[in-house]
Design a protein around this ligand. Structure first.
Ligand SMILES: Cc1cc2nc3c(=O)[nH]c(=O)nc-3n(C[C@H](O)[C@H](O)[C@H](O)COP(=O)(O)O)c2cc1C
Length: 399
């Protein structure tokens, strides 16, 4: 029997025909030892009754945002606070759209928006609804915000049409939930740092040179490592990305500050160098703003200290597993292999950042993965999926 003893799970049932399968899910969650609370949307009440759900969950069922009694204790906020995990099954196209757009107009959507807990959604809908570009974009958007999406699968749906949109079976949803909790302990007791974003190198107090890095890939990796249970520090140059839950963030500007910050958290078990660190800084930095009525200044550049080399070549700071990134615009494989050899890294993730791939500003990444003996071409995937794939490999390495 799969063990979820002591876990508090909030199940949100939205109004799809597959809602009847969620009754089976409640039973198996109870059998595996978890404490199940349920929110039913108004539409879900057309498919399953409060009475059945409360009998199976052995808990009061929540349906109304403006419930006088539960709102005495801020029910729509507190419902998620005491939970370990929120599962939305079935997740209708409608609730997915609300989640993707921050709509909070009933108890389910308000609780989801106000939640500080991990969320798994299990979509179920007509294949056309699922294939609709709007739904696809909504799913992509919530995925990028760290929400897990399980399914749907291919097959005959309740409406009689065949295609993608069938809700995963309750036993598989239970398996996914168990795996979720197991994953959270995979890197428990491990320390990790991730560098991310660009660095900026000042010319004078108001001007600087920098690069196009958004920080998205590094932030996704930090979020994923933290979800896998690692004590994670993110060392980030200027970035608009939100700091992931549970991650300590040290904000820096220059390469020198980034090096100092990495040294301050070293040695770590896992060191991931995903930042686009400026190779050069301005040698002739001006303490005063350079006046534009002077002749056009020429910038003399000098090399920044190589952060990866400095950290990895020193036995006192070398992480147990050192992972670098190589952003290349040409000769990807050759340049990446050179980098792996020159700098003593264990693994390297190379990506083609030429303009056509829109990697720096985009949400997807196509990685070529190198370790000392192997090269693997990963298919194009979201930066969050790259992060989770990497966390899985790291977990296997430490096993
Ligand atoms: C019989 C019937 C079955 C439905 N099944 C689904 C479904 O499987 N998936 C879905 O996304 N919407 C389905 N809908 C439409 C939703 O019920 C509708 O979009 C509703 O507004 C969803 O509300 P909720 O997301 O707040 O639960 C169905 C509607 C009916 C009448």
């Amino acid at each position: 029997m799969l063990n979820l003893k002591g876990k508090n799970i909030l199940l949100v049932i939205s109004g799809g025909i597959a809602a009847y399968k969620s009754l089976e899910l409640i039973r198996s969650l109870k059998k595996s030892g978890s404490n199940v609370h349920v929110i039913l949307t108004q539409s879900a009440k057309e498919f399953v009754t409060e009475l059945t759900v409360s009998q199976l969950s052995q808990n009061e069922v929540h349906t109304n945002l403006f419930d006088y009694h539960s709102e005495l204790h801020m029910g729509h906020i507190n419902l998620s606070r005491t939970m370990d995990l929120i599962v939305v099954a079935p997740a209708t196209a409608n609730i997915i759209a609300k989640m993707a757009n921050g709509i909070a107009d009933d108890l389910a959507s308000t609780t989801l928006l106000a939640s500080n807990k991990p969320i798994i959604i299990v979509p179920a809908m007509n294949p056309q609804m699922y294939q609709n570009a709007i739904t696809k974009n909504n799913i992509k958007k919530i995925r990028e915000n760290g929400i897990y999406v399980f399914g749907p699968s291919h097959g005959e749906t309740a409406c009689g049409e065949n295609g993608m949109g069938r809700m995963e079976e309750p036993a598989d949803i239970l398996g996914c939930i168990v795996e979720f909790f197991q994953k959270r302990t995979k890197l428990k007791n491990k320390t990790a740092f991730v560098t991310a974003g660009p660095t900026i190198e000042p010319i004078d107090p108001v001007r600087y040179i920098t690069n196009n890095s958004s920080g998205k890939q590094g932030y996704a990796i930090a979020a994923s490592l933290s979800q896998f249970g690692a004590k994670t520090t993110l060392i980030s140059g200027p970035s608009n990305e939100p700091i992931p839950d549970g991650v300590k963030c040290i904000k820096i500007d220059t390469a020198k500050q980034m090096l100092d910050a990495v040294q301050s958290v070293s040695p770590a078990d896992i060191g991931i160098f995903a930042a686009a660190v400026a190779d050069w800084k301005v040698k002739n930095y001006s303490n005063q703003k350079i006046k534009k009525d002077r002749s056009v200044p020429s910038l003399e550049l000098t090399e920044n200290t190589n952060i990866i080399k400095t950290i990895v070549n020193n036995p006192n700071t070398k992480p147990k597993l050192a992972i670098g990134f190589a952003a290349e615009t040409e000769n990807l494989i050759e340049n990446a292999k050179n980098k792996l050899e020159k700098v003593n890294m264990d693994w390297l993730l190379a990506n083609d950042v030429s303009e056509k791939n829109n990697v720096f500003n985009g949400d997807d990444n196509t990685i070529v993965f190198f370790n000392k003996s192997n090269t693997e071409n990963w298919k194009k995937m979201s930066k969050m999926d790259v992060a989770n794939k990497l966390s899985n490999l790291i977990s296997e390495y430490f096993e």
